[in-house]
Design a protein around this ligand. Structure first.
Ligand SMILES: [Zn+2]
Length: 349
């Protein structure tokens, strides 16, 4: 289990380390970590499940043993009561009815079935009609062979004593088993707590890595997408059109988005500024490189708010709409170029 803790610590440490590394590498590394943590979680969960199952079994055995012990206790108690009864009968046999209360003596005789009485006699005895019952009792003592009765009582006593011994042995064995089970429960409880804790830790770790991946993927998606760089309506689409100034059919390498002068111009995608200045025709223009041969162009600006070499993130304000260069009114001329070739921005924003 110690190895696991180290592994968890290693995962936590690697998270910190890769947090500072490159984006795609980061995603690959963190996905490997996720697989590792998920595998560990699966293994530890299985161990936890087994441990919890064992613990539940032992607890169930403990309950059964406690019931068994109380059963033995009850059985021994009943046997001891039976012994007392037999001894009382023996006392009665040796010393006559004066040794015990007469009504008790009657019950003892009836219960022992040494004397057959009809239901009327029994009723009389129960009703406490002692005088009516007495002749039967005295007759019994006279007519029966005391020695035979005593022998039978002694045999009964000895059988009861043996049964008590069996019951007590059973109880002792159950007690010993209980001690063992209790110790096992204690040990398993400790193990279960540890392993359940590890499951929780790994589950948290897994969740944290998953959130990290999700955030990273969202970030990457953002980095690989374009947004509309300003608000306004598209007044001139991409492709062949009649030029508003020359009136000749020319190829429009971007789209024009018109709005009032000063409208915020945003970086369409995360990247690095490669040009920020004046060019004839385009006026005040910003060019941003996004890697992989992808470039965006923002022309006719009234203000440039970034400089060459600056890193910009998608949605960041880079300038303001204007009408500089060859322009008929405030608008943004926006281009997306892939390896220098203009593509239709409307397909990307
Ligand atoms: Zn244009």
């Amino acid at each position: 289990m110690k190895g696991l803790k180290f592994a968890v610590a290693a995962v936590a440490l690697s998270l910190i380390t890769i947090g500072t590394s490159g984006s795609i590498v980061f995603a690959e590394d963190i996905k490997t970590e996720l697989t590792q943590v998920a595998t560990q979680l699966e293994t530890v969960s299985k161990t936890a499940e087994e441990t919890n199952q064992q613990l539940a079994q032992q607890v169930s055995t403990q309950e059964k043993l406690n019931i068994e012990i109380s059963f033995y206790d009850q059985h021994t108690r009943e046997l001891t009561e039976a012994v007392t009864l037999v001894k009382t009968k023996m006392d009665l046999l040796d010393h006559g009815p004066k040794a015990v209360a007469p009504i008790q003596a009657m019950y003892l005789i009836l219960a022992d079935k040494y004397l057959e009485v009809d239901s009327l006699d029994l009723e009389k005895a129960v009703n406490g009609d002692l005088d009516t019952f007495r002749p039967y009792y005295e007759n019994f003592l006279r007519s029966e062979d005391k020695a035979t009765i005593k022998e039978a009582l002694e045999a009964h006593l000895s059988s009861l004593t043996a049964e008590i011994a069996v019951s007590e042995t059973g109880r002792t064995e159950a007690k010993l088993a209980l001690v063992e089970v209790s110790s096992s429960i204690e040990q398993l409880s400790g193990q279960a707590a540890e392993v359940n804790g590890q499951v929780q830790l790994l589950a948290q770790e897994k969740q944290s890595i998953e959130s990290e991946i999700k955030a990273k993927e969202a970030e990457e998606k953002k980095a690989n997408s374009f947004i509309k760089p300003t608000s306004g309506r598209i007044t001139s689409p991409f492709g062949n059109r009649k030029h508003p100034i020359t009136r000749r059919i020319t190829f429009h390498e971007g789209i024009d988005i018109a709005n009032s002068a000063g409208t915020r111009i945003l970086a369409s995608r995360t990247g690095k500024v490669t040009f920020a200045g004046y060019q004839s025709g385009l006026g005040k223009v910003i060019k941003i490189s996004h890697g992989g041969g992808i470039e965006t162009v923002y022309a006719h600006l009234s203000a440039i708010q970034v400089s060459v070499g600056q890193s910009v993130t998608q949605g960041q304000q880079i300038g303001k709409m204007g009408s500089t260069g060859r322009s008929t009114g405030p608008h943004l001329h926006f281009e997306i170029r892939i390896n220098g070739t203009p593509v239709n921005p409307s397909k990307y924003i």
